[in-house]
Write a protein that binds this ligand. Structure first.
Ligand SMILES: Nc1ncnc2c1ncn2[C@@H]1O[C@H](COP(=O)(O)OP(=O)(O)OP(=O)(O)O)[C@@H](O)[C@H]1O
Length: 441
């Protein structure tokens, strides 16, 4: 009895001290949280460094109130996002889940962070549109990854360029953001949390869709977008009626093979649409792509669509200052994106935050829109040129030099809600430490 009481007292102390193995103080002990890396509708992603070995990581904070679906890992209730990511973490083309923490305000998801990297949205934007060869190189990796996820019974449900991170050294793609993911099933789904303009017509017409078929549609939208630099459909009406108007217009000269693949993915009738396996076996996909080195030769030097002057280094969290170590592992190529992106389609840039105002529609995305700014052409050039001699030193030095030029720029105001939440957690932890001392006494 006495033993039990002392155990309970010990547990209470742990609780008050936030010493749970997944609590905030453990997180703070293991990672140094740095500036903001990007944000979307439901989360904010920060750069961070694992203190034990200086591994560069990304930390996504999701607010508890934003979690729509829950699951269990080892008996613990977690957001479905963590569970789905954990199920796919061994897949090469999926970002690796390293760790996760639970704080009263939400969850912290620790992921690998390729370095230097860029998300595909910014990559396409940086070049206007990408060549067919580059599209093949990236798309086949993504298609393989989606197929592997499905084999692991995970349906991503938010396949889009923003949710693919490209390692600029190797060109390998990593699927991120499993915030809309769910368990794959054979029956229809009647809920949707993805991005509207990547969504198949059956959803708008019947409020139902099948998992694999919807994924194939989104891949078709992604491929079209990569080649044309704009989405195939402008709104729901376009999605549901475009097939009546004949083949989709292409704004760049591309092969008939890739047009054939896109039309098979964007087939109106989900039962006639090609399968994921058929994508992988399509002659366009099966053709051996050029190497990343050849593909990036002189390519990334093209001017990005916007030479940004607001490419600020984001606010560093509360009590942490930038350390020497972070300076030698500087930020990834991407920085904060302007809010206000929308998902407009035909004839509009997919990245509409930078389209002329008259072309901007105010339609909101159904779910998330990450708010990263495209890297400047100077950054892209520096990172890719350095990556051609892929020693850690060169890549880091190139970016470090670029970043040091920006050091004097003013910090970008980070999402105050999230910062407040994290700071509150930090101060609570400090208070708990004090009450822990009282308890000891
Ligand atoms: N592990 C990572 N490594 C590098 N960059 C990342 C990583 N995770 C996220 N990012 C960047 O942060 C952005 C936002 O991340 P994520 O999509 O997970 O957030 P979200 O709130 O779910 O966004 P959305 O509303 O677009 O779905 C991404 O587009 C990407 O640029």
């Amino acid at each position: 009895m006495k033993k039990l009481a002392s155990l309970q007292f010990f547990n209470l102390k742990l609780l008050l001290n936030g010493e749970s193995s997944r609590g905030f103080s453990k997180f703070k002990k293991n990672y140094k949280l740095k500036a903001e890396l990007g944000r979307g509708g439901f989360g904010v992603v920060y750069r961070a460094v694992r203190t034990s070995d200086n591994t560069l990581v990304a930390v996504k904070f999701i607010e508890r109130s934003n979690v729509k679906e829950w699951a269990r890992i080892n008996g613990e209730q977690v957001p479905m996002e963590i569970c789905m990511l954990a199920k796919c973490s061994k897949i090469r083309g999926v970002i690796r889940l390293l760790d996760w923490y639970s704080i009263p305000e939400g969850f912290l998801i620790v992921m690998e962070r390729p370095y230097p990297c860029i998300d595909m949205f910014d990559f396409i934007k940086g070049q206007g549109k990408i060549s067919e060869e580059m599209a093949r190189f990236l798309f086949r990796q993504i298609a393989v990854t989606v197929h592997e996820c499905v084999q692991n019974r995970v349906l991503h449900r938010d396949l889009k360029d923003e949710n693919v991170v490209i390692d600029l050294v190797t060109g390998s793609t990593k699927l991120i953001d499993f915030g809309a993911a769910t368990v794959l099933r054979r029956s229809q789904y009647s809920d949707f949390q993805g991005t509207r303009l990547y969504c198949p017509p059956e959803w708008f017409l019947h409020s139902l869709y099948l998992g694999r078929e919807a994924a194939v549609w989104s891949l078709g939208v992604l491929l079209y977008n990569s080649l044309n630099g704009r989405l195939p459909f402008r709104n729901e009406k376009d999605i549901c009626t475009a097939h009546l108007l004949g083949p989709l217009p292409f704004f760049v000269p591309v092969s008939s093979e890739v047009k054939d693949l896109i039309s098979k993915c964007l087939t109106f009738d989900p039962f006639q649409r090609c399968s994921l396996e058929a994508i992988l076996n399509h002659p366009w996909v099966k053709q051996q792509p050029l190497s990343w080195e050849l593909l990036t030769k002189n390519k990334v030097q093209k001017k990005t669509s916007v030479e940004k002057s607001d490419d600020h280094i984001s606010e560093t969290l509360g009590e942490q200052s930038e350390t020497e170590e972070e300076r030698s592992h500087p930020t990834t190529v991407s920085t904060s994106k302007q809010p206000g992106t929308s998902d407009e389609g035909v004839g509009l840039s997919a990245s509409s935050s930078h389209t002329p105002p008259k072309k901007q529609h105010k339609e909101h995305r159904m779910a998330k829109t990450s708010l990263l700014a495209p890297p400047t052409s100077v950054e892209m050039k520096a990172a890719v040129q350095a990556s051609k001699t892929p020693t850690q030193f060169n890549v880091h030095t190139a970016l470090k030099n670029q970043r040091q030029i920006k050091k004097h720029q003013s910090p970008h105001a980070a999402n105050s809600t999230v910062l407040t939440a994290l700071r509150r957690a930090m101060s609570r932890e400090a208070q708990n430490r004090i009450s822990g001392v009282f308890l000891q006494n």
